[in-house]
Each structure stands twice: as C-alpha cells, then as structure tokens.
Write a protein that binds this ligand. Structure first.
Ligand code: TYM
Length: 333
C-alpha cells in the first residue's frame, strides 16, 4: 500500500502559515486518495532541541492533536501518533547519523539560521535534527511527504541518505518525494513580509494563531505591513506585504490572483483587509468550535493509542531490517 506521511513540531500554537502550508493540504490529500495509508505525527522530540517547559510542552502536544482533528484530519483514515511514543524514531535517527556527514548537516539553512540566532548553548540535537527527520520519514516508506517550502532542503537530504543506504545495503528505503503545494507553501510574517510566518517569532503581531478570537484575527490583518501604493496587485518581488495577504485570500477562497485584482480594482487596502479579516475568521470559526469540543475529551487518547500501535508495528519492521543488513545484534529470523 502506498503511504503519505508528515509531521509538525509542538513548539508553539499553530498559526495560519502552518495551516495553509501543511494541514489544509494534508486534509485535502486524505479525502482525494482513498488508496493510501496516512501517517501524521507530533514531532515532540524535535521540539526539545531548545529548552522547553514541561507543562507547556504537554499542553502543546494535546492542543496540536486536537487542532489537527478540528481542521478535518480524519482519525479513522489517518494514523495520528506522538513521535516520542514510538522508540524506533530515535533508534533509526542514530543509525542514520552514522551514515550522514558533518559537512552536509552544516549546510542546512535552518540549522545555520537557528544556531546563528542562539549564539550560545546550541545543542547537538539542533545539529542532528535533519537526520532525525530523515528517520521519521524513512521508517514508513512514504511515497510522498507534504510539507511547506522551508522543509524542502531537509527532504532533499532525506533522499540523499536513503539513496546512500540503499546503495550500501541493497534497497532498504523508498526514496520519498516532497509534496509542496503551489500556493500557500510559504506564508510570510505580517510584521516582516520577507520572512516566514513562524510559531517561534517573539512578536505575536507577526501571525494569526488558529485559536485567536475574532477581534485579534481582524486586528492582525488590519495592522499587517503593506506599502504606500494602496492598490491590490500581486507582485511578490516588489510588493511582498499585499502579495502575502492576497495569497492567504486566494488559498482560503480558491480565487485566482486575477479574480481578486478584478474584484478590488477600484478599492483600497481598508476594504480588502476588512474582507480578508472576515474570510479568515469564517475559516477558523468552525475549527475553533470543534477544537473546544475535543480538547478535554477521552477521544484524543484513544486516537493516540491506535496511532501508536500501528506506527510501532510499521517502524520496528523497517528498523530491524536495517539493523540486520548492518549486522547489529543477533540475526533475526
Ligand atoms: P514545522 O513544525 O516548523 O512546520 C510544520 C509544517 O508547516 C509548514 N510551515 C509553513 N508553510 C507555509 N508557510 C509557513 N509560514 C509555514 N510554517 C511552517 C512546514 O513546512 C511544515 O510542513 N521539521 C518539521 C517537522 C517534521 C517533519 C518530519 C515534517 C519533523 N519530522 C517528517 C515532515 C516529515 C518542522 O519543523 O515543521
């Protein structure tokens, strides 16, 4: 059976960047591809590469799961699990570290950016993050991995590692393809429309979180940085602010940029932002309602238990296969 897999880190409340770039796409695929098996996990091991408060981490893991389901992820169709509850991820991560090179990890732009910002206390975990991510993926032999633009380089490294191990140990892994949607794969910050909207940005005005109330959603859009031209035209190079807002408008409504430009031909930023505020609110409202029903229910634990069981079954098979080929431990039958 063909498979699709993806993951999200519980590092902060989900924002519309992650929603439009990743979750919305995943939900669409789940509905369009009935013959595939789906895995989605909460990448909590990835979240501890920088220090985390225990209570906050636990809360974020649960919140993320409830939000995934509230966004339309069908737990009957998708194996939803928590990465740290499936030991093969860390084990496979180590095996892949032994088949990766320091030089290739040093080239990862996300590592370079994050370690530059941190200056002191950069952990080894932050450095080996991409090999753990490769393990997350390769354990399940997915054909496709839907992600946003910022994960493309990690996917390329995953493919390189898979090919290297396949050459050395005789076809172990499926070499996965990234699935990056044409629209929404990179939603930018509202305060700096040249950098990615991020869960970990200190400035909350840079984003809309999925659980933000109506007045905050509308306020964030009103205060989003644009330019002084005042016209609604899509031009990401010269006019990143308005183009980013138009992208959000387009991904949610399904309208093309041309349609949006025509509809606002003789209107200004105020009308456009008022409408977009309402559009985003209407998109998030049903998600928030469902989230509040789910967050304290027992349903979530049952979903995690079922997801973990299937993930352990599939991942152990792959882990033991590679261990056997390498010659680790005693031979398994
Ligand atoms: P994370 O948690 O940073 O982001 C989760 C997903 O959301 C996408 N994304 C965005 N898309 C568009 N615009 C944005 N502003 C934006 N911000 C985030 C990301 O590209 C990603 O698809 N390393 C991963 C988690 C991970 C993973 C994996 C993913 C760990 N193991 C295996 C896939 C497969 C991460 O930090 O994503």
């Amino acid at each position: 059976m063909k498979r699709i897999l993806s993951g999200i880190q519980p590092t902060g409340s989900l924002n519309i960047g992650t929603y439009l770039g990743s979750i919305k796409n995943f939900v669409k695929l789940q509905d369009q591809l009935p013959d595939y098996e789906f895995f989605i996990f909460i990448a909590d091991l990835h979240a501890i590469t920088v220090p985390k408060d225990k209570q906050k981490l636990r809360k974020l893991i649960r919140e993320l799961a409830a939000l995934y389901i509230a966004c339309g992820l069908d737990p009957e169709r998708v194996n939803l699990f928590i990465q740290s509850e499936v030991p093969a991820h860390a084990q496979m991560g180590y095996l892949l570290e032994c088949h990766s090179y320091i030089g290739e990890l040093e080239r990862m732009t996300q590592y370079k950016d994050k370690s530059r910002k941190q200056e002191t206390g950069v952990t080894v975990g932050l450095f080996t993050y991409p090999t753990l991510m490769a393990a997350d993926i390769l354990l399940y032999d997915p054909d496709f991995v839907p992600v946003g633009q910022d994960q493309k380089q990690h996917l390329e490294l995953t493919r390189d590692i898979a090919q290297r191990i396949n050459n050395r140990f005789n076809d172990i892994f499926t070499v996965p393809e990234p699935l990056i949607s044409e629209r929404g794969a990179k939603i930018y910050s509202f305060t700096d429309p040249t950098s990615k909207m991020s869960k970990s940005d200190d400035n909350v005005k840079s984003r809309i979180e999925l659980l933000d109330p109506e007045n905050i959603i509308k306020k964030r859009i009103k205060s989003a940085v644009t330019d002084s031209l005042g016209t609604i035209k899509y031009d990401p190079e010269k006019r990143p602010g308005i183009s980013n807002l138009m992208m959000i408008y387009s991904v949610i409504t399904g309208q093309s940029f041309e349609d949006i430009e025509t509809a606002y031909a003789d209107k200004g930023y105020k009308e456009f932002k008022d409408d977009l505020g309402e559009i985003v609110y209407q998109e998030l409202k049903p998600i928030q309602d469902r989230y509040h029903e789910l967050i304290n229910s027992k349903e979530l634990d049952a979903i995690f238990d079922k997801g973990r069981e299937r993930a352990i079954e599939v991942s152990n098979r792959k882990l033991y296969k590679l261990m056997d080929r390498i010659g680790l431990g005693r031979k398994r039958k």
